[in-house]
Write a protein that binds this ligand. Structure first.
Ligand code: LLP
Length: 495
């Protein structure tokens, strides 16, 4: 994207001045979000002013049909691409990205399964009536209670993360006279982040069983092989197969493909060496979405075909029957289905020293300093409903939602209302100059890891989530009240 003449020197290079501040960049928004005839943002025809009136702000606004369509598109694309390989793919929606009982039920209705990573997420699944066979349980530190709960619910798979845990699962299952269905989470040394991936031999992180090490010498077995060997000795473990997850917000399929190749090669060597059959392989999640106009996610069909090509050719050259493949997308299903609606409050503009490159060109102000304006637009939420900018330096975008405008673009920073200077919602965005207190702003792409990571910092109540379908809106998670905030406070009588 080209930077045009009115670009602020304070803006990052990737941020172009929008030609039309009223336009919506489609990849960032849920289907059904558009400006109505009056210029107001609307979803399925419902103007945001109505949503504000009925449910207040901040508010997570989710399109149910968009969520369902993205869920289906992953299932259909992978089923189609892998039809000749393993007669379809099991798609586990990663509940950690956003989960409530309504969403769990949509996932099941669309033919997907559900990936959980705690007893709490299992409780949501149970409340939603999801069959245990369609659930998996992750986590690097599962408690005995969580493992027992998984067995009580007859989970389709427990994804075991370490040798310690394998032993614990085996013992708990043995005590119950059962066999636990287990996948082993391996770390293939492939790490992906957005556009690039790196491949390393060793793993220095908390998740999974490292594949680094000798696979022929008993003394130097990799942790991954030790786990396979151990699993074959336990009667109480039914080893279904192998799992890996290489990272998040990934656009290029190359990293997934390399991980698939590494795991298939390992799977083949384990099947031969231990005379076992490992019927399943899970390739995790991590597919990227558009948070800003420069993010260019691949359609599910493209990713599915690239991954299928590698699985097909690797299995052919190893001469093995392909395992049943599964994947675990979270963000790519829920992320763009949702925007956050905020109300604008305080505005202030500061003058900021120009970056060195601009100063060198001599663009001096009256006092000899080279400064440029940055406008701070405060909204009624912040890091308590979207921690991602603070945690990961994540970039977002925003539009004026309550009206259209012909006013000029102004470089702005959307900030929250918390007592932290780092409380930023959108670091850099061009918003209309005439944005004023009482206007509504919408931040797209907040479906994944926003509500899920939300907090009560500064005793703010966590926002509700509204689902819109067929032109009507309903709460699927109500917003917290002051009463909720005080609910767990034991009161002065107990001091
Ligand atoms: N499977 C496993 C084993 C995972 O650990 C994750 C994410 C997923 C699937 C789903 O990944 P997705 O398709 O949603 O990228 N809070 C961070 C992301 C943490 C991801 C944790 N694991 C963020 O907001 O970017």
């Amino acid at each position: 994207m080209q930077r045009n003449a009115s670009a602020s020197p304070l803006a990052p290079d990737w941020l172009a001045v929008p030609e039309d501040l009223n336009a919506l960049h489609a990849p960032m928004w849920a289907a059904g979000v558009e400006r109505n005839d009056a210029g107001m943002l609307a979803i399925d025809g419902i103007p945001v002013s109505e949503l504000k009136e009925q449910f207040g702000t901040p508010l997570f606004v989710m399109s149910e049909s968009d969520f369902r369509a993205r869920a289906r598109s992953f299932k259909d694309a992978f089923d189609h691409a892998f039809a000749d390989i393993c007669a379809g793919v099991d798609v586990y929606y990663a509940g950690k990205s956003f989960l409530c009982t309504a969403v769990a039920s949509w996932v099941a209705e669309e033919g997907l399964r559900l990936d959980t990573c705690s007893g709490g997420e299992l409780a949501v699944a149970a409340r939603a009536g999801i069959a245990g066979a369609n659930l998996s349980l992750h986590g690097n530190n599962k408690s005995d209670a969580e493992i027992r709960r998984a067995l009580d619910m007859k989970l389709g798979r427990i994804v075991v993360d370490s040798l310690d845990e394998l032993d614990r699962v085996a013992k708990i299952a043995e005590g119950r006279g059962e066999a636990a269905k287990v996948m082993l989470r391996l770390t293939p040394g492939v790490h992906a982040h957005t556009h690039e991936f790196i491949a390393t031999a060793h793993e220095d992180q908390k998740f999974g069983l490292s594949m680094a090490g000798d696979t022929t010498d008993e003394e130097g077995l990799s942790a991954a092989e030790e786990a396979v060997a151990a699993a074959t000795t336990y009667h109480s473990i039914e080893l279904l197969g192998l799992h890996c997850h290489i990272g998040s917000q990934i656009f290029e399929p190359d990293g997934f493909a390399l991980a698939a190749e590494k795991l298939l090669t390992f799977l083949d060597s384990m099947q031969r060496k231990y005379s076992i059959v490992l019927p399943e392989l899970d390739l995790g999640g991590g597919y990227g979405i558009a948070y800003t106009p420069v993010d260019t996610p691949r359609p599910p069909a493209e990713i599915a075909h690239a991954m299928a090509a590698v699985v097909r050719s690797t299995c052919a050259s190893l001469e093995i029957t392909p395992p049943r493949i599964s994947i675990e997308p979270g963000r790519a299903i829920v992320g763009s289905s949702t925007f956050t609606l905020y109300e604008v409050g305080t505005l202030k503009t500061v003058r900021v020293d120009a970056p060195a490159a601009t100063a060198a060109k001599g663009a001096e102000g009256a006092n000899g300093n080279v400064t440029f304006p940055r406008r701070y637009v405060s909204v009624d939420g912040g890091m308590s409903d979207n921690a991602r900018p603070v945690l990961y330096d994540a970039d977002y975008s925003a539009v004026l939602a309550s009206r259209a405008t012909e006013s000029a673009p102004q470089l702005s920073r959307v900030v929250g209302k918390h007592c932290e200077s780092g409380d930023i919602v959108v670091r850099d965005v061009y918003l209309p100059e005439d944005v004023a207190a009482g206007d509504l702003l919408a931040v797209p792409g907040t479906g994944a890891y926003c509500w899920a990571l939300s907090s009560n910092y500064n005793y703010l109540a966590r926002p509700g989530v509204v689902a819109v379908r067929d032109g009507s809106a309903r709460l699927i998670v109500r917003g917290e009240t002051e009463e909720d905030l005080l609910n767990r406070d034991m009161g002065v009588a107990n001091v």
